[in-house]
Design a protein around this ligand. Structure first.
Ligand SMILES: C[S@@+](CC[C@H](N)C(=O)[O-])C[C@H]1O[C@@H](n2cnc3c(N)ncnc32)[C@H](O)[C@@H]1O
Length: 323
């Protein structure tokens, strides 16, 4: 894969993402951001991107196509997927010492020094950790905007536990944050966090066979990030489980294949990659159907227009069960 050093960009300085860009990408008002976030966005100069020339864009597209067509590319939810996640999170578990913070929980697939997709183009960020820094602002926005009133937060498919640790620290241990996953190594990370003083709890949970005995707290907020994507079309058991719970809100941050514009090549490449990996499909329509039946109310549906080389993973579907 091409690195920052290999890609020559047009105009050395590039252009910064402004607060107005963040508002547009998140579907947020400027008032939704804290002073600290505004400062991080506007003064640290960490969100500068440069357009790519035609040759660079074509090179990036060829790399994406090679990856998409690679025989090694794995498929979500297949027979080997559970053990692949086990192995991946076991690496994070081996490195994780809660007394040293939670940077080691950054998932290894959030890569540095790579072009990203922004407004249906590939661009090269100046900051090698652009996606990671963008994501932390996004997660804090979601937390402050939607989780403030909840006493308990549950992340399903919590993986390395990065989001669990981040939310637990953001709310200064005042909220209980649960992390569940079908991989044991992921739950062990949360257990280690709990022993290290975080107000968190871990539990095994499989989207394909929801454990009805796991009752969620009244008024809680549920979060998934790039987790339901892994279920293909098998997310209904989990949705039906959530509809029976006394939660106040569910926030699904997932790639939505139906929201790409297939007349744009950069979007079309994401569709190819998404389909090849057998990521989730039909999700917004399913939520809309459940809303028509009076089972839930949609609060927000927002395409992210930002993502990694391969997909836009940060689209928002936010809803609440109707009772
Ligand atoms: C791309 S990772 C996302 C992890 C985390 N949410 C994050 O944002 O870093 C997908 C996660 O979904 C979990 N997962 C996949 N299929 C699952 C299933 N059937 N039940 C529960 N978790 C599943 C994987 O173990 C993995 O931790």
């Amino acid at each position: 894969m091409r690195s920052a050093a290999q890609i020559r960009v047009r105009g050395e300085a590039g252009r910064p993402l402004t607060l107005s860009d963040f508002c547009g990408l998140f579907g947020a008002e400027p008032e939704s951001f804290t002073g600290g976030q505004v400062k991080a966005i506007t003064t640290k100069d960490g969100f500068r991107v440069s357009d790519l020339g035609q040759a660079e864009t074509e090179g990036v597209m060829i790399d994406v196509l090679k990856k998409t067509n690679s025989p090694e590319l794995t498929v979500a939810g297949d027979a080997g997927s559970n053990s692949r996640w086990e192995r991946g999170w076991a690496e994070n578990l081996a490195e994780f010492d809660p007394s040293g913070g939670f940077e080691t929980l950054r998932p290894k697939y959030v890569r540095s020094r790579q072009p990203v997709r922004l407004y249906q183009k590939f661009v090269m960020p100046q900051n090698p950790d652009f996606e990671y820094e963008w994501y932390k602002i996004f997660l804090e926005y979601l937390a402050r905007q939607y989780m403030g009133d909840a006493g308990t937060i549950y992340e399903f498919g919590c993986g390395s536990g990065f989001n669990v640790a981040f939310l637990s620290q953001l709310f200064r241990n005042k909220k209980k944050v649960w992390g569940t996953d079908w991989a044991q190594s992921s739950v062990k990370i949360i257990d280690r966090m709990a022993h290290g003083g975080y107000n968190v709890e871990g539990r095994m949970f499989n989207f394909f066979e929801p454990d009805e005995s796991f009752r969620l707290d009244e008024g809680a907020v549920v979060l998934t990030v790039g987790a339901l994507e892994q279920t293909g079309t098998r997310y209904l058991p989990f949705l039906n489980y959530l509809l029976e719970q006394p939660i106040s809100l569910c926030i699904n941050i997932e790639p939505i294949v139906e929201w790409y514009d297939q007349s744009k090549l950069v979007d079309y490449l994401a569709v190819l990659f998404h389909e090849r990996r057998k990521y989730m499909s039909g999700f917004p329509e399913t939520l809309e159907g459940l809303e028509k039946k009076g089972e839930l109310s949609l609060v927000k549906q927002k395409r992210s227009y930002f993502g990694s080389l391969y997909i836009e993973g940060y689209s928002q579907n936010i809803w609440r069960p109707q009772r």
